[in-house]
Write a protein that binds this ligand. Structure first.
Ligand code: PLP
Length: 397
């Protein structure tokens, strides 16, 4: 028996463990100090009432013989039609027509971002932006694929554009980006679609944060770009959109038009899902189906506005200090340049010790993250305001 030795090539993930350990140690040494965490990557607002109502009704359905549900319908890989229709409705409002068979309900974007790699041969070359959400890199290391990096940096505003002299088969894009908060315009994404089309490559487009976008020049979906249905798969999630990080639901769009080597990737994915996946719970799906209703959208936008307001408080603070950052608008993340020439961990320690504020060192997201720092808008408004007052006081000196 041989193990998959590619796993031995993974780097240990010290980032959040070290952030947690340093924070705990500081708290222990200074029990009188209130430490504020602007490092939270998880939502904190409760689920919308309309979602809770739908889930309660679904629980009641499970209690009666007449309405009880077992496995989900296999027609659409266990996605209930009510949910698929509501997802299609959300796309239609962005000007995108989808067929039901193109929408796959999942237990979140992370699983599908990893699982989609079953469809691609190990010899494909992968292009990943740096810095980025670490899942894209680690899942490809596990599969032994060659990884190239597209540098995201100050020069390109953390939005790398395609280099046509580089040949890649699988390209990851994340917009609005975690960790940089930067988001592509429709014009910029046209270039990526042109690149993928020319290289006969596939774009894996992570739109987990698309509901934070308010600027109409920015793309809400890759399918707003002409030709994208022939070259892109899109991953979406209810996690940040509707507070589902603990409930678990997402959806992946694999267009019928996406064909490589004469094979439909939609058919391959349907085959993969029906073999290795048994669907998302009925109760969860009914809750998710309430999100993109008129009432649901109104209620989730109250929570999204709450986080947007926090992002604005942080952005205003950095504006006042004249510190460069990306994100803050159209994103819950703020990616700031570390002041006073500090590196990411130096600034982490400096901020924790002198302002008792915790953020995430950018170097943990890739080599281009060194010298940068991620703050998030997922805390409470009071904590965000208090943290920003402290940061301002400290860095004004
Ligand atoms: N994609 C990005 C860029 C994320 O930051 C996250 C979660 O933080 C995910 C996907 C995973 O989302 P889910 O909770 O749907 O698995």
């Amino acid at each position: 028996m041989k193990i998959n030795s590619n796993f031995l090539n993974l780097k240990d993930s010290y980032l959040f463990a070290t952030v947690g350990r340093k924070t705990t140690e500081f708290k222990k040494a200074h029990p009188d100090k209130k430490v504020i965490r602007l490092s939270i990557g998880d939502v904190t607002r409760p689920l919308a009432p309309v979602v809770i109502g739908a889930m309660h009704r679904a629980v009641d359905d499970m209690s009666r013989k007449e309405t009880f549900k077992g496995y989900g319908p296999d027609q659409y890989c266990y996605g209930y039609e009510a949910l698929i229709d509501s997802i299609k409705g959300s796309y239609a409002r962005k000007g995108i027509a989808l067929e039901s068979a193109e929408v796959f309900v999942s237990d979140g974007a992370k699983s599908d971002l990893g699982n989609i790699l079953d469809l691609f041969a190990p010899e494909n070359t992968v292009l990943v932006p740096d810095p980025v959400y670490p899942v894209y890199v680690d899942t490809n290391i596990m599969a032994g694929r060659k990884i190239l990096y597209a540098d995201a940096n100050l020069a390109n505003g953390f939005l790398p554009m395609p280099d046509f002299s580089v040949d890649a088969d699988i390209i990851y894009l994340c917009s609005p980006n975690n960790p940089t908060g930067a988001a592509y315009t429709k014009e910029q994404l046209k270039e990526w679609v042109r690149y993928a089309t020319e290289k006969n490559a596939v774009l894996l487009y992570d739109a987990a944060y698309e509901y934070f976008i308010t600027d109409p020049a920015l793309a809400r979906s890759i399918y707003q770009i002409e030709g994208a249905k022939k070259c892109a798969i899109e991953f979406c999630s209810y996690s940040k959109t509707a507070g589902f990080t603990g409930v678990r639901c997402g959806y992946t769009v694999v267009p019928q038009e996406l064909v490589r080597e004469g094979v439909s990737l939609n058919k391959l994915w349907a085959r993969r899902q029906s073999t290795k996946f048994n669907g998302v719970s009925y109760i969860t799906q009914m809750g998710a189906a309430a999100v993109f209703t008129e009432e649901g959208e109104k209620e989730i936008s109250e929570n999204l506005d709450y986080y947007r307001e926090n992002a604005k408080i942080i952005a205003n603070c950095l504006d006042g200090l004249g510190i460069f950052y990306t994100g803050g608008k159209n994103s819950p993340y703020i990616w700031m340049k570390c002041p006073l020439g500090m590196d990411s961990w130096e600034f982490f320690d400096y901020l924790l010790e002198n302002a008792n504020v915790v953020g995430t060192p950018g170097s943990g997201f890739g080599k281009n993250g060194e010298g940068f720092f991620r703050l998030t808008a997922f805390g409470t408004k009071e904590d965000t305001q208090e943290a920003c007052s402290r940061i301002e006081l400290l860095l004004r000196k």
